[in-house]
Design a protein around this ligand. Sequence first.
Ligand SMILES: *Cc1c(COP(=O)(O)O)cnc(C)c1O
Length: 359
Amino acid sequence: MRKYNFCAGPAALPEPVLQQAQLELMDWRGLGCSVMEVSHRSPEFVEVAERAEQDLRDLLKVPDNYKVLFLQGGATGQFSAIPWNLFGAGSKQADFIHSGQWAAKAIKEARRYGDVNVVATSEDRNFSYVPAQNSWQQSEGAAYLHYTPNETIGGIEFDYVPEVDCPLVADMSSNILSCPIDVEKFGVIYAGAQKNIGPSGIAVALVRDDLLDRAMKDIPRSLSWKVAADAGSMDNTPPTFAWYLSGLVFQWLKAQGGVEAMAQQAAKKSSLLYEFLDGSDFFSSPVEKSSRSRMNVPFVLADERLDKPFLQEAEAAGLLSLKGHRSVGGMRASLYNAVPFEAVKALVAFMADFEARKG
Ligand SMILES: *Cc1c(COP(=O)(O)O)cnc(C)c1O
Protein backbone atom coordinates (compact mmCIF):
# COMPACT_ATOMS: atom_id res chain seq x y z
CA MET A 1 0.00 0.00 0.00
CA ARG A 2 1.52 3.33 -1.10
CA LYS A 3 0.87 6.17 1.34
CA TYR A 4 1.07 9.91 0.91
CA ASN A 5 4.63 10.93 1.71
CA PHE A 6 5.45 14.49 2.80
CA CYS A 7 9.08 13.80 3.69
CA ALA A 8 11.52 16.70 3.20
CA GLY A 9 14.20 14.40 1.84
CA PRO A 10 14.86 11.78 0.73
CA ALA A 11 11.41 12.46 -0.61
CA ALA A 12 8.59 10.86 -2.57
CA LEU A 13 9.37 9.58 -6.06
CA PRO A 14 6.81 9.34 -8.87
CA GLU A 15 5.02 5.99 -8.77
CA PRO A 16 5.47 5.23 -12.49
CA VAL A 17 9.22 5.69 -12.03
CA LEU A 18 9.33 3.17 -9.18
CA GLN A 19 7.20 0.77 -11.18
CA GLN A 20 9.47 0.95 -14.19
CA ALA A 21 12.56 0.45 -12.02
CA GLN A 22 10.90 -2.55 -10.41
CA LEU A 23 9.99 -4.02 -13.78
CA GLU A 24 13.54 -3.62 -15.06
CA LEU A 25 15.37 -4.63 -11.92
CA MET A 26 16.12 -8.28 -12.69
CA ASP A 27 16.67 -7.96 -16.39
CA TRP A 28 17.46 -4.53 -17.79
CA ARG A 29 17.20 -4.17 -21.56
CA GLY A 30 17.50 -7.90 -22.06
CA LEU A 31 21.04 -7.89 -20.68
CA GLY A 32 20.15 -10.46 -18.03
CA CYS A 33 21.20 -8.21 -15.16
CA SER A 34 20.16 -4.93 -13.59
CA VAL A 35 21.37 -1.46 -14.52
CA MET A 36 23.34 -1.50 -11.24
CA GLU A 37 25.38 -4.44 -12.45
CA VAL A 38 26.78 -3.13 -15.72
CA SER A 39 29.84 -1.01 -16.37
CA HIS A 40 29.28 2.72 -16.32
CA ARG A 41 31.32 2.74 -19.53
CA SER A 42 29.07 0.24 -21.33
CA PRO A 43 27.22 1.67 -24.32
CA GLU A 44 23.93 0.90 -22.55
CA PHE A 45 24.76 2.95 -19.49
CA VAL A 46 26.40 5.76 -21.44
CA GLU A 47 23.11 6.07 -23.32
CA VAL A 48 21.23 6.38 -20.01
CA ALA A 49 23.66 9.04 -18.83
CA GLU A 50 23.49 11.03 -22.04
CA ARG A 51 19.72 10.87 -22.23
CA ALA A 52 19.40 12.04 -18.62
CA GLU A 53 21.60 15.01 -19.39
CA GLN A 54 19.69 15.86 -22.56
CA ASP A 55 16.32 15.58 -20.82
CA LEU A 56 17.49 17.85 -18.01
CA ARG A 57 18.80 20.33 -20.58
CA ASP A 58 15.42 20.26 -22.34
CA LEU A 59 13.45 20.66 -19.11
CA LEU A 60 15.42 23.66 -17.86
CA LYS A 61 16.35 25.02 -21.32
CA VAL A 62 20.02 24.90 -20.35
CA PRO A 63 22.12 26.92 -22.84
CA ASP A 64 25.01 25.16 -24.64
CA ASN A 65 27.67 27.12 -22.77
CA TYR A 66 26.70 25.40 -19.50
CA LYS A 67 28.04 22.03 -18.42
CA VAL A 68 25.59 19.62 -16.81
CA LEU A 69 27.42 17.62 -14.14
CA PHE A 70 26.26 14.58 -12.19
CA LEU A 71 28.26 14.52 -8.97
CA GLN A 72 28.63 12.79 -5.62
CA GLY A 73 28.80 14.21 -2.12
CA GLY A 74 25.35 15.77 -2.19
CA ALA A 75 24.64 19.46 -1.95
CA THR A 76 26.94 19.53 1.08
CA GLY A 77 29.79 18.39 -1.15
CA GLN A 78 29.10 21.43 -3.31
CA PHE A 79 29.29 23.73 -0.27
CA SER A 80 33.01 22.79 -0.30
CA ALA A 81 33.36 22.45 -4.07
CA ILE A 82 32.18 25.99 -4.77
CA PRO A 83 34.98 27.84 -2.95
CA TRP A 84 37.54 25.32 -4.22
CA ASN A 85 36.36 25.88 -7.79
CA LEU A 86 35.87 29.65 -7.71
CA PHE A 87 38.52 31.09 -5.37
CA GLY A 88 41.48 30.41 -7.65
CA ALA A 89 41.28 33.41 -10.00
CA GLY A 90 42.31 36.27 -7.73
CA SER A 91 39.49 37.02 -5.33
CA LYS A 92 38.96 34.81 -2.30
CA GLN A 93 35.94 36.72 -1.20
CA ALA A 94 32.34 35.63 -1.57
CA ASP A 95 29.03 37.37 -0.91
CA PHE A 96 26.30 35.34 0.76
CA ILE A 97 22.62 35.84 1.49
CA HIS A 98 21.93 34.37 4.89
CA SER A 99 18.36 33.14 4.70
CA GLY A 100 18.35 30.18 7.09
CA GLN A 101 19.95 26.91 8.02
CA TRP A 102 21.15 25.75 4.62
CA ALA A 103 22.64 29.14 3.81
CA ALA A 104 24.37 29.00 7.21
CA LYS A 105 26.00 25.68 6.35
CA ALA A 106 27.17 26.94 2.97
CA ILE A 107 28.63 30.04 4.64
CA LYS A 108 30.43 28.03 7.27
CA GLU A 109 32.12 25.88 4.64
CA ALA A 110 33.14 28.82 2.42
CA ARG A 111 34.72 30.55 5.45
CA ARG A 112 37.29 27.75 5.59
CA TYR A 113 38.76 28.92 2.28
CA GLY A 114 38.18 32.67 2.04
CA ASP A 115 36.32 35.73 3.28
CA VAL A 116 32.56 35.66 3.47
CA ASN A 117 30.56 38.86 3.36
CA VAL A 118 26.95 38.40 4.43
CA VAL A 119 25.23 40.95 2.20
CA ALA A 120 21.75 40.38 3.59
CA THR A 121 20.13 38.31 6.29
CA SER A 122 16.67 37.67 7.66
CA GLU A 123 18.01 36.59 11.03
CA ASP A 124 16.27 39.47 12.83
CA ARG A 125 12.90 37.78 12.40
CA ASN A 126 14.08 34.19 12.74
CA PHE A 127 14.53 33.67 8.97
CA SER A 128 10.80 33.94 8.35
CA TYR A 129 11.11 36.11 5.24
CA VAL A 130 13.22 36.71 2.11
CA PRO A 131 15.40 39.84 2.41
CA ALA A 132 14.54 42.38 -0.30
CA GLN A 133 17.26 43.04 -2.83
CA ASN A 134 17.34 46.80 -2.08
CA SER A 135 18.50 45.99 1.47
CA TRP A 136 21.74 44.35 0.30
CA GLN A 137 25.29 45.57 0.84
CA GLN A 138 27.21 43.87 -1.96
CA SER A 139 30.98 43.95 -1.91
CA GLU A 140 33.28 44.81 -4.77
CA GLY A 141 35.30 42.14 -6.48
CA ALA A 142 33.55 39.13 -4.95
CA ALA A 143 34.36 35.83 -6.67
CA TYR A 144 30.66 34.93 -6.53
CA LEU A 145 27.40 35.54 -4.70
CA HIS A 146 25.71 32.53 -3.15
CA TYR A 147 22.07 32.22 -2.17
CA THR A 148 19.52 29.56 -1.35
CA PRO A 149 16.37 30.15 -3.43
CA ASN A 150 14.36 27.78 -1.24
CA GLU A 151 15.15 27.21 2.43
CA THR A 152 13.93 23.68 3.01
CA ILE A 153 13.81 23.93 6.81
CA GLY A 154 12.50 27.48 7.28
CA GLY A 155 10.05 27.17 4.39
CA ILE A 156 10.86 30.43 2.63
CA GLU A 157 11.34 30.82 -1.12
CA PHE A 158 12.72 33.70 -3.18
CA ASP A 159 10.22 35.05 -5.70
CA TYR A 160 12.97 36.90 -7.57
CA VAL A 161 16.42 36.16 -8.96
CA PRO A 162 19.07 38.48 -7.50
CA GLU A 163 20.71 40.95 -9.91
CA VAL A 164 24.45 40.86 -9.29
CA ASP A 165 27.60 41.72 -11.21
CA CYS A 166 29.56 38.63 -10.17
CA PRO A 167 28.71 34.96 -10.87
CA LEU A 168 25.48 34.03 -9.11
CA VAL A 169 25.57 30.62 -7.38
CA ALA A 170 22.29 29.02 -6.28
CA ASP A 171 21.58 26.03 -4.06
CA MET A 172 18.37 24.80 -5.68
CA SER A 173 18.28 21.48 -3.83
CA SER A 174 14.66 21.81 -2.80
CA ASN A 175 13.04 23.73 -5.63
CA ILE A 176 14.86 22.82 -8.85
CA LEU A 177 12.49 21.65 -11.61
CA SER A 178 9.47 23.13 -9.84
CA CYS A 179 9.22 26.10 -12.19
CA PRO A 180 10.94 27.52 -15.29
CA ILE A 181 14.20 29.34 -14.57
CA ASP A 182 16.36 31.60 -16.67
CA VAL A 183 19.62 29.64 -16.41
CA GLU A 184 21.55 32.48 -18.04
CA LYS A 185 21.16 34.60 -14.93
CA PHE A 186 23.26 32.08 -13.00
CA GLY A 187 26.90 31.11 -12.97
CA VAL A 188 26.25 27.88 -11.10
CA ILE A 189 23.07 26.06 -10.11
CA TYR A 190 23.36 22.96 -7.97
CA ALA A 191 21.08 20.56 -6.17
CA GLY A 192 21.20 17.36 -4.18
CA ALA A 193 18.88 14.95 -5.97
CA GLN A 194 16.83 13.57 -3.12
CA LYS A 195 14.14 16.26 -3.07
CA ASN A 196 13.04 17.04 -6.59
CA ILE A 197 15.29 15.01 -8.88
CA GLY A 198 15.67 11.40 -7.78
CA PRO A 199 17.09 9.28 -4.98
CA SER A 200 19.91 10.38 -2.68
CA GLY A 201 23.51 9.71 -3.68
CA ILE A 202 23.75 12.05 -6.63
CA ALA A 203 23.85 15.80 -7.09
CA VAL A 204 23.48 17.90 -10.20
CA ALA A 205 25.42 21.06 -11.06
CA LEU A 206 24.95 23.37 -14.03
CA VAL A 207 28.18 25.33 -14.46
CA ARG A 208 28.75 28.13 -16.99
CA ASP A 209 31.81 27.03 -18.91
CA ASP A 210 33.87 30.20 -18.41
CA LEU A 211 33.91 29.39 -14.66
CA LEU A 212 35.70 26.08 -15.14
CA ASP A 213 39.20 27.52 -14.99
CA ARG A 214 38.93 29.41 -11.69
CA ALA A 215 39.81 26.57 -9.34
CA MET A 216 42.38 26.79 -6.56
CA LYS A 217 45.58 24.97 -7.42
CA ASP A 218 45.34 22.09 -4.96
CA ILE A 219 41.67 21.36 -5.44
CA PRO A 220 40.83 17.75 -4.57
CA ARG A 221 40.23 15.91 -7.81
CA SER A 222 36.82 14.66 -6.69
CA LEU A 223 35.57 18.23 -6.14
CA SER A 224 36.77 19.67 -9.44
CA TRP A 225 34.04 20.70 -11.88
CA LYS A 226 36.63 20.85 -14.65
CA VAL A 227 37.70 17.26 -14.07
CA ALA A 228 34.04 16.18 -13.97
CA ALA A 229 33.20 18.16 -17.10
CA ASP A 230 36.16 16.77 -19.05
CA ALA A 231 35.22 13.23 -18.06
CA GLY A 232 31.49 13.45 -18.74
CA SER A 233 30.93 13.12 -14.96
CA MET A 234 32.69 9.74 -15.09
CA ASP A 235 36.17 10.49 -13.79
CA ASN A 236 35.48 7.71 -11.32
CA THR A 237 32.56 5.34 -10.91
CA PRO A 238 29.36 7.40 -10.71
CA PRO A 239 26.28 6.38 -8.69
CA THR A 240 24.76 4.59 -11.66
CA PHE A 241 21.44 3.53 -10.13
CA ALA A 242 20.72 7.04 -8.83
CA TRP A 243 21.64 8.48 -12.23
CA TYR A 244 19.33 6.02 -14.00
CA LEU A 245 16.45 6.77 -11.60
CA SER A 246 16.97 10.51 -11.99
CA GLY A 247 16.77 9.98 -15.75
CA LEU A 248 13.44 8.19 -15.34
CA VAL A 249 12.19 11.13 -13.26
CA PHE A 250 13.21 13.54 -16.05
CA GLN A 251 11.26 11.44 -18.56
CA TRP A 252 8.26 11.44 -16.23
CA LEU A 253 8.51 15.23 -15.85
CA LYS A 254 8.53 15.69 -19.60
CA ALA A 255 5.46 13.48 -19.94
CA GLN A 256 3.69 15.58 -17.28
CA GLY A 257 4.21 18.76 -19.27
CA GLY A 258 7.62 19.83 -17.95
CA VAL A 259 8.46 22.51 -15.42
CA GLU A 260 5.61 24.79 -16.52
CA ALA A 261 3.14 22.08 -15.48
CA MET A 262 5.09 21.54 -12.25
CA ALA A 263 4.85 25.26 -11.46
CA GLN A 264 1.07 25.14 -11.89
CA GLN A 265 0.82 22.06 -9.70
CA ALA A 266 3.05 23.58 -7.05
CA ALA A 267 0.94 26.75 -6.93
CA LYS A 268 -2.26 24.71 -6.69
CA LYS A 269 -0.97 22.36 -4.00
CA SER A 270 0.67 24.98 -1.80
CA SER A 271 -2.21 27.47 -1.98
CA LEU A 272 -4.65 24.80 -0.90
CA LEU A 273 -2.61 24.19 2.23
CA TYR A 274 -1.78 27.85 2.96
CA GLU A 275 -5.42 28.91 2.52
CA PHE A 276 -6.45 26.26 4.98
CA LEU A 277 -3.75 27.35 7.46
CA ASP A 278 -4.75 31.02 7.17
CA GLY A 279 -8.40 30.17 7.73
CA SER A 280 -7.71 28.05 10.79
CA ASP A 281 -7.59 29.22 14.42
CA PHE A 282 -5.78 26.07 15.39
CA PHE A 283 -3.03 25.66 12.77
CA SER A 284 -0.77 28.48 11.61
CA SER A 285 2.19 29.23 9.35
CA PRO A 286 5.24 30.93 10.89
CA VAL A 287 6.37 32.30 7.50
CA GLU A 288 5.54 35.76 6.16
CA LYS A 289 2.99 35.57 3.37
CA SER A 290 5.12 37.07 0.62
CA SER A 291 8.00 34.64 1.30
CA ARG A 292 6.23 31.31 1.62
CA SER A 293 7.75 28.29 -0.07
CA ARG A 294 5.72 26.30 -2.58
CA MET A 295 7.82 23.24 -1.72
CA ASN A 296 8.16 23.09 2.07
CA VAL A 297 5.32 24.22 4.29
CA PRO A 298 6.12 24.42 8.01
CA PHE A 299 3.14 24.86 10.31
CA VAL A 300 2.41 24.75 14.03
CA LEU A 301 -0.49 23.67 16.20
CA ALA A 302 -1.93 26.14 18.69
CA ASP A 303 -1.33 23.61 21.45
CA GLU A 304 2.08 21.95 21.33
CA ARG A 305 0.83 19.08 23.49
CA LEU A 306 -1.23 17.92 20.52
CA ASP A 307 1.85 17.56 18.26
CA LYS A 308 2.35 13.94 19.12
CA PRO A 309 -1.28 12.82 18.75
CA PHE A 310 -1.42 14.80 15.48
CA LEU A 311 1.56 12.94 14.06
CA GLN A 312 0.35 9.56 15.28
CA GLU A 313 -3.12 10.01 13.82
CA ALA A 314 -1.73 11.40 10.56
CA GLU A 315 0.46 8.38 10.15
CA ALA A 316 -2.45 6.05 10.88
CA ALA A 317 -4.39 7.92 8.18
CA GLY A 318 -1.62 7.22 5.66
CA LEU A 319 0.03 10.66 5.78
CA LEU A 320 3.76 10.16 6.32
CA SER A 321 6.63 12.30 7.61
CA LEU A 322 4.89 15.48 8.72
CA LYS A 323 7.20 16.08 11.65
CA GLY A 324 9.09 19.39 11.41
CA HIS A 325 12.87 19.53 11.27
CA ARG A 326 14.44 18.54 14.58
CA SER A 327 15.90 22.04 14.97
CA VAL A 328 12.59 23.92 14.75
CA GLY A 329 9.89 21.48 15.87
CA GLY A 330 6.27 21.75 14.76
CA MET A 331 5.20 20.24 11.47
CA ARG A 332 6.35 20.45 7.89
CA ALA A 333 4.68 19.19 4.74
CA SER A 334 6.99 18.96 1.73
CA LEU A 335 5.12 19.21 -1.55
CA TYR A 336 7.70 18.30 -4.16
CA ASN A 337 6.85 17.43 -7.77
CA ALA A 338 6.15 13.77 -7.02
CA VAL A 339 3.58 14.57 -4.30
CA PRO A 340 0.17 14.51 -6.01
CA PHE A 341 -2.59 17.08 -5.48
CA GLU A 342 -4.70 14.30 -3.92
CA ALA A 343 -2.12 14.00 -1.15
CA VAL A 344 -2.58 17.65 -0.20
CA LYS A 345 -6.36 17.30 -0.36
CA ALA A 346 -6.14 14.32 1.98
CA LEU A 347 -3.85 16.24 4.33
CA VAL A 348 -6.14 19.27 4.50
CA ALA A 349 -9.19 17.05 5.09
CA PHE A 350 -7.34 15.29 7.90
CA MET A 351 -6.29 18.59 9.47
CA ALA A 352 -9.82 20.00 9.29
CA ASP A 353 -11.15 16.89 10.99
CA PHE A 354 -8.43 16.99 13.66
CA GLU A 355 -9.20 20.64 14.38
CA ALA A 356 -12.93 19.92 14.62
CA ARG A 357 -12.28 17.18 17.16
CA LYS A 358 -9.50 18.76 19.24
CA GLY A 359 -9.42 22.46 18.46
C1 LIG B 1 18.79 18.97 1.65
C2 LIG B 1 19.50 20.22 1.35
C3 LIG B 1 20.89 20.29 1.38
C4 LIG B 1 21.77 19.14 1.79
O1 LIG B 1 21.77 18.16 0.85
P1 LIG B 1 22.73 16.89 0.99
O2 LIG B 1 22.59 16.25 -0.34
O3 LIG B 1 22.20 16.07 2.12
O4 LIG B 1 24.10 17.37 1.26
C5 LIG B 1 21.49 21.50 1.06
N1 LIG B 1 20.75 22.57 0.71
C6 LIG B 1 19.40 22.54 0.67
C7 LIG B 1 18.65 23.75 0.28
C8 LIG B 1 18.74 21.35 0.99
O5 LIG B 1 17.41 21.31 0.94
